[in-house]
Design a binder for this molecule. Structure first.
Ligand SMILES: C[S@@+](CC[C@H](N)C(=O)[O-])C[C@H]1O[C@@H](n2cnc3c(N)ncnc32)[C@H](O)[C@@H]1O
Length: 307
């Protein structure tokens, strides 16, 4: 069978059989089959990367592999775990069970943080960034990839996530400007080198409430680490700690920029305003009008701030 016919027959076979998660809009029937096709061929790429690339011809052996991958996908294995790749801010990352699969919605945070880092780089040569709750490292690494003036320290409480970040640092050849370490929130950077020395803290924290975590779609709950989602009883446990602790590490006028869950924005903005540690509070909304990213600017040196 010619490859176009083969592709069309797979589409017909899978039509109405694969379900797609709302927070992975890049996954369609076409992009799913294409990325599995490339994976079976031996050159795995993310589904977003398949756009406008011609399909290679598959051997019979590779066709068998493709069928096996499709069966796994039908059994709820996430596409990114089958291809081992997920695209974020235009870059393919290595992706597996060790950390959250980067979501498209987090690019709102990523692109804004990158823009901020480029603006700051007009004033000084080196921009120090901490990526807290780094998962597989996608936020900090994307900023470093796109902004040569950025120097990033990525950290996560999960050893497995940090291992994946280290793999992604090598994969993207960014060892000169990105390193990673394990710790609870800021604990791995809690020393002089980082105190009052950071231009931007970027964070996509876990922010799902404990009750909702229990009811997540099995494609998520059976394959992605619960630590990546569970934000405590109200979902805001880590965010609240972040707002309190970040000023210790920020330079005067340094920025904290982070993602929040749908419905959390107003409350978190109020917390930032009340804290008196920040002199500017801004936010970004998603396509549906929900506040999803908050940016706050550090007011003062922390010698004046009590924890
Ligand atoms: C929503 S995921 C974000 C992953 C990645 N930054 C991204 O945007 O795709 C949240 C991450 O926070 C980490 N995490 C949870 N609690 C933490 C804590 N107390 N300190 C540091 N990291 C934590 C989890 O292990 C997980 O990797």
């Amino acid at each position: 069978m010619h490859q176009n016919e083969h592709f069309d027959s797979l589409k017909q076979r899978l039509h109405n059989k694969i379900s797609f998660l709302d927070d992975k809009p890049e996954e369609t029937l076409d992009s799913t089959i294409k990325s599995l096709w490339f994976t079976a061929f031996g050159t795995p790429i993310s589904c977003e990367a398949t756009d406008s690339i011609d399909l290679p011809e598959l051997s019979d052996y590779q066709k068998d592999i493709l069928n096996q991958l499709i069966e796994k996908r039908l059994n709820n294995t996430p596409l990114a775990h089958l291809t081992g790749r997920q695209r974020f801010m235009g870059i393919d990352f290595i992706c597996d069970k060790r950390a959250l699969i980067p979501r498209k919605e987090t690019e709102i945070l990523g692109w804004r943080a990158l823009k901020l880092s480029i603006e700051l780089a007009k004033l000084k040569q080196r921009i120090n960034i901490i990526d807290v709750c780094c998962g597989g490292g996608n936020l900090g690494l994307s900023i470093a990839f796109h902004n040569l003036n950025a120097k990033v320290y990525s950290t996560d409480i999960s050893n497995e996530a940090v291992d994946l970040t280290i793999e992604n640092i090598s994969y993207l050849k960014l060892h000169q400007r990105v390193c990673a370490g394990q710790g609870d929130l800021f604990s791995s950077v809690d020393h002089n080198q980082f105190h009052e020395n950071t231009d931007i803290i970027v964070c996509n924290p876990p922010y799902i409430s404990g009750a909702k975590v229990k009811n997540m779609n099995p494609e998520i709950s059976e394959n992605e680490p619960v630590l990546a989602f569970d934000g405590g009883m109200f979902g805001t446990k880590i965010i609240q700690r972040l707002i309190v602790d970040a000023p210790i590490f920020l330079q005067k006028k340094g920025w904290l920029i982070f993602e929040v869950g749908v419905g959390q924005g107003e409350f978190i903005i109020q917390l930032c305003q009340k804290s008196k540690r920040y002199d500017s509070v801004e936010y970004l909304k998603d396509h549906s009008g929900n506040i999803r990213v908050i940016l706050v600017r550090n007011k003062q040196f922390n010698m004046l701030v009590t924890r």
